[in-house]
Ligand binder design. Structure first.
Ligand code: G3H
Ligand code: 13P
Ligand code: ZN
Length: 326
């Protein structure tokens, strides 16, 4: 089937208590790892491209890679989505250039300006069958060239969501409830230690999510910054020459709980990067004489596939849901 927008996926996800995985793509191996996992467990998927990915790989290459995945996986619905669209022009360029969904990220703007910009994108997108994600609230962490220090983030204000959604016409809303971009989400001082001495990150603000959902019944909510930073991959990186001390993420049980509520899209990027980097570091450590990119990218792609499969089955709950999303 051809690329789809996110409408049907979110309707089904909301109704049936799961979330669609939105995975960032930057090259062929990442696209293949993700879509092979989705194909194997029959899951719908959102492949998303950031401004940085477009700068790195080029818009046309990324669109063509995703089109190749559509051809190779005709039985799963795939959305091609712009992640953190910074302005109208970038959104327009992606809409004109074959994307089926865009995010306009006006979360750093004053409320009225965020509404104005988001509405402009919605009008352009909807006239072309493209769905739009907006954002209220600011996450900590790094996204593209924007770095928000821990402590400078701001939770979404539930009292603003009805006005934002009504006046902009967005199809989904990203909110800030304590998730955060990157692999260093929570500083050790933000965490507590359990009996085994393992760091436990702070709980997500489910009270805010519930208040938002009460105000917007049936409306799809999005969580960014949702990587869980698997400790086996942090160890793999550190055991093989890397330096990622204190990298810690969002517990998967909390994401599973959110997926059962109004959260219909969960963004994951750092976990896949860790899987890829850990695997490549280990490969070179064990086989320092190797130099063929195919040899080290092959196990990296295989581990991306494995981690995505795990997320689809155990965290997002969208395995086996491809057919109902068509
Ligand atoms: O939220 C940001 C995503 O992880 C994309 O990251 O801007 O480095 O491509 P990037
Ligand atoms: P992570 O850095 O937690 O993977 O978040 C990715 C993201 O939100 C992309 O928009
Ligand atoms: Zn994000």
């Amino acid at each position: 089937m051809a690329l789809v927008n996110s409408k049907k996926m979110f309707e089904q996800a909301y109704k049936n208590g799961y979330a669609i995985g939105a995975f960032n793509v930057n090259n062929m191996e990442i696209v293949q790892g993700i879509t092979e996992a989705c194909k194997e467990v029959n899951a719908p998927v959102i492949l998303q491209v950031s401004k940085g990915a477009r700068a790195y790989a080029n818009h046309t290459y990324l669109v063509k890679l995703v089109e190749a995945a559509v051809k190779e996986c005709p039985e799963i619905p795939i959305v091609l989505h712009l992640d953190h669209g910074p302005d109208f022009e970038t959104c327009k360029s992606c809409i004109d250039g074959g994307f089926t969904s865009v995010m306009i990220d006006g979360s750093h703007l004053p409320f009225e300006e965020n509404i104005e910009l988001t509405k402009k994108v919605v009008e352009y997108a909807h006239a072309r069958g493209v769905t739009v994600e907006g954002e209220l609230g600011t996450l900590a962490g790094i996204e593209d060239d924007v770095k928000v220090e821990h402590g400078a983030e701001s939770y979404t204000k539930p009292e603003e969501v009805i006005e934002f959604v009504t006046r902009t016409g967005v199809d989904s809303l990203a909110i800030a409830i304590g998730t955060s971009h990157g692999a260093y989400k929570f500083k050790p001082e933000q965490c507590t230690r359990n009996e085994q001495g393992i760091l436990v990150p702070p709980a997500l603000r489910f009270d805010i999510l519930e208040e938002v959902s009460k105000k917007l019944p049936g409306f799809p909510i999005v969580l960014h910054g949702s990587s869980s930073v698997p400790q086996e991959y942090v160890k793999m990186v550190n055991d093989n020459g890397g330096k990622m001390p204190d990298a810690i993420g969002v517990p998967e049980e909390q994401l599973r709980k959110a997926a059962g509520l109004s959260v219909c899209k969960i963004n994951l990027d750092s976990d896949l990067r860790l899987a890829m980097t850990g695997t490549i570091r280990q490969f070179f450590n064990e086989k320092p004489d190797k130099f063929d990119p195919r040899e080290y990218l092959k196990p990296a792609r295989a581990n991306i596939k494995e981690i995505v499969k795990h997320k689809l089955i155990n965290v997002l709950g969208c395995a086996g849901k491809a057919d109902e999303c068509k």
